[in-house]
Design a protein around this ligand. Structure first.
Ligand code: ATP
Length: 430
């Protein structure tokens, strides 16, 4: 994990937030390379969940919502972690992270009893201070999909089964943020609320099982190593109070197995509570049967930052002579790097620059002319660029270039006028 954190900083993936002031716990900045990777993670999910389906539409709801939303959803009452404090060293821990009677930091047996701690960030909206202006930063995007349910299905003319997807910031005042970006206080989630007719009985459970299979397959399709992924199905007392069934997709992190994505069958819990609290009818009226009903909800939810971290860990390999990130080409920050072999021959530099500009509208490119070619390969391997194109002396006469493959290091001569059609299928399919 330390190696990955160091690489992430050195190559411009992820920096500590406000580092010149000593940083701030649980918040991270994505640098020039990281921001590209993050966009690709979001876009891979959005494309597969929204664009390539005809039964899911998108939403971008606000971060600040009416405070009653959180009362109805149960977050004000239940969104707690149990924490304990150490009376000696004053450190604070999540109760479920403590294994014995002693403080994990100073070793003294001076821990308090567990106390409930609400994880929502509270702030003021407007100039007046007081209970009436209290608002919360959302700890998930899901409630936006529930409170807008009616507006969405009416304007999009959808009927269950259909889904609403959203990507956006969420905030949780985690007691112990850590393991790099794995547990942050400010992060981004990608959530799908998939609404299913309540009848026939059992149909929603089948949908749930289908989503578990589909979501698992998604990770594998993006190149994840199968032995580092597993499913963990909850049962009995381990199930959240609102859930009829839940499966976590877990990853084998350097610090052990942990959650990557959760797929929950939430029944009618959320819509029913919003109907009760708002007094507004959120049921779906089926024209065919002339019946109104509250649909059941299947929710696959994952963190963008946590997914990015997992892609980074999974892609990371240290070989004897280089460090390489074997990103799936869909995720790679840059798809192709273009180099002039030398800097002091203007025809070569201009030809390389022209090739890079020519490819730019079709794929994410980067131009690099600093250091020798070996160093440039090294840099591109470390940020996971699948292909490097080198323009050399022969290129001037033969109108071809060397294309080097990141994973195999194999090199091939490709004519310049065929370069785009050579690269495009490779960076799409991986
Ligand atoms: P945990 O048990 O790890 O606290 P959770 O069960 O509360 O997580 P969910 O509410 O299911 O998590 O959140 C959905 C997804 O959002 C998680 O699978 C994870 O990918 C991501 N996520 C949740 N909390 C954080 C966080 N503090 N930092 C980064 N990502 C998070």
């Amino acid at each position: 994990m330390e190696e990955i954190t160091a690489l992430a900083k050195r190559r411009g993936f992820i920096f500590p937030s406000s580092e010149i002031y000593g940083g701030v716990n649980g918040a991270w900045d994505y640098g020039p390379v990281g921001v590209e990777l993050k966009r690709n993670v979001r876009e891979a999910w959005w494309r597969d969940i929204v664009e390539l389906r005809d039964d899911v539409v998108g939403l971008d709801s606000s971060i600040l919502m009416h405070p009653d939303v959180w009362r109805a959803s149960g977050h004000l009452e239940n969104f707690h972690d149990q924490m304990v404090d150490c009376r000696t060293c004053k450190k604070r821990f999540r109760a479920d992270h403590i294994t014995g009677p002693n403080c994990p930091a100073c070793g003294n047996a001076t821990l308090t009893e567990p106390r409930a701690f609400n994880m929502m960030f509270k702030t003021q909206s407007g100039a007046l201070e007081g209970a009436s202006s209290e608002v919360y930063l959302r700890p998930e995007t899901a409630q936006g999909m529930f409170v807008d349910f009616r507006l969405v299905y009416q304007t999009a003319r959808k009927k269950p089964p259909f889904g609403i997807a959203q990507i956006g910031k969420a905030f949780r005042n985690e007691i112990t943020p850590g393991n790099f970006t794995f547990r942050s206080r400010e992060f981004e989630v990608m959530e799908l609320e998939y609404f299913v007719p309540s009848r026939p009985e059992g149909a929603s459970l089948e949908r749930y099982a289908q989503w578990v299979r589909d979501r698992y397959a998604w990770w594998l399709a993006l190149g994840m190593q199968p032995e580092r992924l597993r499913k963990h199905e909850y049962s009995g007392a381990d199930l959240a109070h609102y859930s009829r069934a839940t499966t976590d997709i877990e990853y084998d992190y350097p610090f052990g197995w942990g959650e990557l994505e959760g797929i929950a069958h939430r029944g009618t819990f959320d819509l029913a509570h919003h109907v009760e609290a708002s007094g507004k009818d959120l049921s779906f009226f089926d024209e065919a049967t002339k019946e109104s009903y509250l649909p059941e909800v299947i929710e696959p939810a994952l963190g963008v930052d946590r997914a990015l971290l997992v892609f980074l860990i999974d892609a990371y390999e240290r070989e004897t002579d280089r460090t390489v990130l074997h990103f799936h080409p869909r995720l790679a920050p840059y798809k192709v790097a273009v180099f002039p072999l030398v800097r002091n021959k203007s025809e070569i530099v201009e030809l390389a620059a022209g090739i890079e500009r020519g490819l730019r509208p079709a794929m994410r490119t980067v131009f690099d002319d600093s250091g020798n070619v070996g160093k440039r390969y090294y840099r591109q391997d470390e940020i996971g660029t699948p292909y490097c194109v080198t323009v050399d002396y022969e290129s001037l006469g033969q109108a071809d270039v060397t294309v080097r493959d990141r994973d195999t290091k194999a090199q091939e001569r490709v004519s310049i006028d065929r370069l785009k059609e050579y690269l495009l299928p490779r960076i799409r399919a991986g």
